[in-house]
Design a protein around this ligand. Sequence first.
Ligand code: 5GP
Length: 115
Amino acid sequence: MAFIGMDVFKQIIDREAPADIVYEDDQYIVIKDINPKAKVHLLVIPKEDGLITAKDVNLDRLEVFGGLFWAAKQAAELEGIGDGYDLHMNVGESSGQIIPRVHLHVLSPDFECSL
Ligand code: 5GP
């Protein structure tokens, strides 16, 4: 099923929309979530286009997916939660994903996880 929402994260990467940027390198941008579910709630977003959900993973793209963990670690340390944090990813609209670009949620431990 096609996503209804637009890729606002692409606009943020291209500086066409504002965001509170925590970390950035050639491959990733990490921003603060506009509607935080925890004291610290970050979104790790790959700059590579064409990665809509985690189902777009394949053997050629293992590195970009693995790098999400690297960027999450950098950002968590910068935000003072390097000691421990929750990682969450919605995969597909039926799981609650609303933005059609892969992104990893990084949440401080006060996040009320239902796992
Ligand atoms: P999803 O449900 O797709 O896994 O998560 C999307 C997340 O992006 C949500 O937590 C939502 O609050 C956040 N979000 C949506 N639009 C914006 C925006 O324009 N800027 C920022 N910083 N976060 C956004």
